[in-house]
Design a protein around this ligand. Sequence first.
Ligand code: OVM
Length: 428
Amino acid sequence: MTTNAVSKCPFTGAPDLAPASHEQQVDVPVLLEDPFEESNLADPHPMHKRLRDADADVVYLPAYDIYAVARYEAVLDTLENWQDYSSAAGVGLSNFNKEEPWRTPSLLLEADPPKHDAPRATLEKILGARQLRRFQTDWTNTAHRLVDGLLTNAQHQTARAIELDAVTEISEVYPLSVFPDAVGLQQGGLDNLLPYGNFAFNAFGPRNRLVTDELDTIGPVMEWVGQQCPRDALNPDSFGGDIWRAADQRNITEEQAPLIVRSLLTAGVDTTVYGISAVLYHLASNPEQYARLREQPQLVRRVFEEALRLESPVQTFFRTTTRKVQIGDTTLPENQKILMFLGAANRDPRRWDNADDFDLDRDPSGHLAFGSGAHQCVGQHVARLEASCVLDALIERVEGIEFAAPPVRKINNTLLGWHSLPLRFIPA
Ligand code: OVM
């Protein structure tokens, strides 16, 4: 770090707050931000701007002795360079080279090629767009039943509209009514899924209140998840059954199969809940765009991508350097954690015109809400199918959406989303 970098940027720290754990760097802005502080988790966008507008592509955050990237190009480069930026030491703050992981590491998320390759290839096929076609009719019908049920529920009726909390009545209901069944789970204990995902995503962050408050209750939840992963717990005609058949065919081992099932249970529920909330939030916030969507239902898929770009339900992941790496003028040491701000990249004005606007005229493809490169979300087609089924049903039966009361943020160390979305639906 030069005094130059410090004096140029009003947010950089004093030189004595520079990295303590290793050799001093040249020209790295030091930012005294705590990305996991609750006000930043609730409203990360002002901090994201400060991170992007620091004087370099990479910054140093002494709060956690980590580096961070927030500009689109820098986040993309980091995501796509698995050789220099490893996932095997964990994609949270905790460095598995130094600290014991809270659970057996994921074979997908927390592994690099070549170990990553067979599990990835197996799941990519099982969750591929063409394998999912078999769910289209059933998931469409389920979405219509959900929306029809809400519109005819007397408890929700006001004069000419329906009032409901879209988080607890749509976003959390729909994924749980289609995904566990597709994975092959039995009915009992499904209420463990959201707490498990919520904990797993909190566990990527520091051991703050969000993590420690759950330690008392997470044991039985973890135990239940473990019990769902063996072959005999799963309906054979399901993603889980497909995973076990891949073990029969020796594409993966029998030791790997249950952990790959666990990945579906960890990554497949909360993410889609938050994704559906994101699109409902942005549609309620932009009534003219909702009206346009009703006229042009072919925009449903774009609407979801644009909402993912703006909200980025998975806000952050870490990587760990495998060697000394150079980013611009900055040399990162080996075995250093680097935090990637996906949500900041997705609103980077260097990449997006009117980056903060929800705009159905833009092409949101290239957003990093699903990541990029070797680890890009393997469940993205599932997420898109769920969201499009919900939106298709909604636009058919609901003429207008507005807020009935202010939405309330949910705080998580990794996920950005909503605790409640009080909406008013005007029936069509
Ligand atoms: C996993 C996994 C994958 C993606 C996200 C995630 C908790 C977990 O393989 O367990 O978040």
